[in-house]
Ligand binder design. Structure first.
Ligand code: B12
Ligand code: SF4
Length: 475
């Protein structure tokens, strides 16, 4: 079977190949299918042209689309085009959103034949069998599919208990595989998480399972040869939840004598110690990112993250002492937050002194406790499917009596501008001068103190210039 997998364009162009489709490609190839992956996130150029060319050249028997709760609309557009141009036997979807609500996705995207809930390695191979007429859709566990005008859900599929039994991910069929040496090989050492934060989709997606770190290291060394790279990124939800295991992984890197360069996303500051951070640094890790969420102790407590501000300060300080760069991720507009609590977040970010700070617009992800809270306590202002989470044009999805729409926008702008991320608020289309003017206007509105400091610096520089010219002339 010819399988075409597609990652729709996303509003945030964060670099990194998607392990989800890498794992599906590995499973499909192990079952002797041909696979091609078009990745519109890491290469957002000429989307239509690339899709049309792929459809014309491989004429897929089955097409699969990766869908998050933020890419439903773009995925729907892709499904229409795939149906129009090549009409494969099946068009299916998988990923975080269908994992939470597969039947709902089939309602929203009429061109889809089936949606897979949960891990897809076995399901995609069985869907190929169904496309070949060797299996009934109703006999495939963990999917929703159309049948005589209805949407039918099959029995749930159990999560893969032994992750090491899966074929290794294959990124060689991605049209962006050439980017691996610069953006790094995405390494999955575990799936799921042991925590249950109210705003996060991960607890809804599946329980924590860890791989044997020796097998993980084996995959990494193989991948370094295959993709000619020494750079990798640990993309786990909870890499250091088992600190002892994380240390063994670093020891294996050190013992190998290979010159690895890496970073770890999604660390919890209460799940690190000085020894682990030291080993990470020694094995080539340069950056860690901590989810902080809120600098207001009460808002943070109510997320049920189970972490305190003191934990985060301590973790960040340890990471800095180990010589690592530390990034902090915050969310503006969480349940129970207010304008004042966001200002506390900003003050906390400044106190900790993160090397880079991101303030994201809160999105009530379907299926989460936070989305339930919004349903009961918030006034919806827009459909979450149209939400913008970071960058220009951010709009709150809901408001409360305590925290109005305009206050949410102001808090988002202030936090970004005062943490040195003003460029996040500018449309990408602006030229150099337009950017300067817009930057000035935004600072005028939200951070006049910085403008005053800048003006003082400008005057000081001019003064010294004038003074030195006068001194030269006097000589
Ligand atoms: C890695 C990661 C990223 C990376 C992606 C690039 C990279 N280097 O890999 C980066 C940092 C760029 C990123 C950014 C963002 N992410 Co992110 N990310 C993840 C994370 C932690 C791991 C995903 C992963 O690779 N898992 C391992 C793979 C093997 O598992 P999987 O993705 O579940 O895939 C399986 C199944 O879903 C299924 N499947 C998947 N696709 C398909 C397709 C078909 C056709 C089929 C049949 C099956 C199938 O089979 C796969 C194999 O079993 C997830 C958390 C999670 N557990 O999903 C969040 C997650 C996907 N991200 C999320 C979000 C919100 C974002 C951001 C908006 C920012 C943010 N605040 O986190 C941005 C948006 C980026 C964008 N461009 O759209 C949410 C999505 C929620 C939702 N309901 O859609 C998640 C679930 C995290 C969360 N806290 O809730 N992310
Ligand atoms: S935010 Fe992090 S710690 Fe909390 S449930 Fe999600 S992945 Fe786990």
């Amino acid at each position: 079977m010819q399988v075409l997998l597609i990652i729709p364009p996303a509003q945030i162009q964060s670099p990194g190949l998607h392990p989800s489709l890498g794992y599906l490609a590995g499973a499909l190839k192990a079952a002797s299918h041909q696979v091609r992956v078009i990745d519109f996130v890491n290469d957002p150029e000429r989307c239509e042209e690339r899709l049309d060319a792929a459809l014309a050249s491989i004429r897929p028997d089955i097409a699969g689309v990766y869908v998050t709760s933020m890419t439903i609309r773009t995925a729907a557009g892709i499904v229409v085009r795939v149906r129009e141009l090549s009409n494969p036997k099946l068009i299916v979807a998988g990923g975080p959103h269908p994992s939470i609500d597969p039947a709902g996705l089939l309602h929203d995207v009429p061109g889809l034949d089936a949606a897979v809930a949960g891990e897809g390695e076995a399901a995609i191979v069985e869907l190929c069998d169904a496309a070949a007429g060797k299996k009934e859709l109703g006999d495939i566990a963990g999917i929703a599919f159309r049948s005589s005008g209805d949407i039918v859900r099959t029995l749930q599929r159990a999560p893969v208990s032994d992750l090491d039994s899966l074929p290794l991910p294959d990124y060689s069929c991605f049209d962006t595989s050439g980017l691996i040496p610069s953006i790094g090989y995405p390494l999955v050492t575990s799936r799921g998480c042991t925590h249950c934060c109210s705003y996060c989709a991960v607890p809804v997606l599946g329980r924590y399972r860890a791989r044997d770190v020796r097998k993980v290291a084996g995959e990494l060394f193989w991948a370094m040869e295959k993709y000619q790279t020494s750079r990798f990124v640990v993309v786990d939800d909870a890499f250091s939840d088992d600190i002892a295991r994380a240390k063994i992984f670093c020891d294996l890197l050190l013992e190998s004598g290979k010159n690895t360069k890496w970073y770890a996303m999604n660390l919890r500051a209460d799940k690190v110690d000085a020894e682990l951070l030291g080993k990470m640094k020694a094995s080539g890790c340069d950056t860690v990112t901590f989810g902080v969420e809120s600098g207001d102790a009460d808002v943070l407590r109510k997320t049920r993250k189970g972490e305190t501000l003191e934990d985060i300060e301590r973790g960040a300080a340890l990471a800095k002492s180990a010589g690592l760069r530390v990034f902090g991720y915050f969310i503006v507009g969480l349940p129970h937050s207010s304008f004042a609590s966001e200002m506390k977040s900003l003050a906390f970010a400044q106190r900790v002194g993160f090397d880079l700070v991101f303030f994201w617009n809160f999105l009530p992800l379907p299926g989460t406790a936070a989305a339930k809270w919004v349903e009961n306590n918030g006034r919806m202002l827009m459909d979450y499917k149209d939400a913008v989470l970071l960058g220009h044009g951010v709009q709150p999805v809901f408001e409360t009596d305590e925290f109005s729409r305009q206050q949410r926008i102001d808090a988002y702008c202030i936090c970004n501008i005062k943490s040195g991320q003003c460029s996040q608020l500018l449309p990408k289309s602006l030229n150099k001068w337009q950017r300067r003017v817009k930057t000035f206007v935004l600072h005028w509105k939200y951070d006049r103190a910085a403008l005053a400091a800048l003006a003082a610096l400008f005057v000081k520089r001019r003064f010294w210039l004038l003074a030195s010219v006068c001194a030269k002339r006097a000589k």
